[in-house]
Design a protein around this ligand. Sequence first.
Ligand code: NAD
Length: 337
Amino acid sequence: MIRVAVNGYGTIGKRVADAVAAQPDMTLVGVAKTRPNFEAEQAVANGYPLYAAIEERADRFAEAGIELAGPVEELVAAADIVVDATPSGVGAENKELYEEHGVPALFQGGEDADLVDVSFNARSNFDAATGADAVRVVSCNTTGLARLIAPLEEAYGVEKVRATLVRRGGDPAQSGRGPINDILPNPVSLPSHHGPDVNTIYPDLEIDTLAFKVPATLMHMHAVNVTLEDTPRTAAVRERLTDESRLYLIPESADIDGTGALKEYMLDLGRPRGDLWENGIWRESVTVEGADLYLFQAIHQESDVVPENIDAIRAVTRETAAGESMALTDETLGVGL
Ligand code: NAD
């Protein structure tokens, strides 16, 4: 069994912790938090040993009636691998702790690429993470783009990617990001950081990205144009993308007109937290004009990186084939629509 610690138990950390607990080859040794709140209470209710990320604040947990298992150092010492899901930049501060204990670590997309040995997407470069000490599971948007590029590159060759990202202003619980009522070119200068981030996985890919922020919380939306080396028919590309378990081609018959209906569908399916782990690609939007492919895809920022974290754990800690790991992750979580 792979013993996994999760340091940082917020939006991403709590989802990764649940996903680890669902794996037959992994044990969740515990989670670490900085302060008591409803998520800390829920971690204990789930039976996850809870550790204090900042020892001086341990008293606050006692005052809130929440029992701690110990300081984060003990959690790290007991693990084969740590998933750091702390806010952007905090992972870099924590790296030394993991190195002191000789424990490999996964970081999230908010950290700089040069913090780690490998930036990771399971479908694109699983093997590159084998035996690495520090791996970055790329951001939700980069994950969504990489998952799409992988099968297109394999089947048709990719000459150039152009993507416009309409980014949610904040996650549903991030009240501090709002209220807002605006559309912000973000960043104003080109390219946005997303293209260069995709290049951490596909170094030779030509990709330009530009991005907006809008007052939405549910998901991001990408308008993508990929110039292919071949000129396949639209129907063939639709079929090719349908074969990918982490791409959900939304059929016209579903009558899903946007991210609200997509989220509602995930809730109706009974998925935890209404999560959409797959890229949500509108099937009718997949159109080829000459060598140019166009499509719209929705990216659920809170959850698409969760299966990728699980695969990254296996890539780092044991000899598993990418396909085998992804299939196990998909089966245990219920990924694939
Ligand atoms: P979050 O704020 O929801 O959760 C972070 C948690 O870490 C919080 O519980 C916070 O209290 C805790 N924390 C703060 N300092 C800590 C410390 N020193 N030690 C341990 N825990 C600490 O953040 P998030 O949205 O889960 O983001 C985590 C990482 O995942 C970031 O790198 C982010 O860029 C990345 N990411 C976020 C999203 C998203 O949309 N939310 C998507 C993909 C990747």
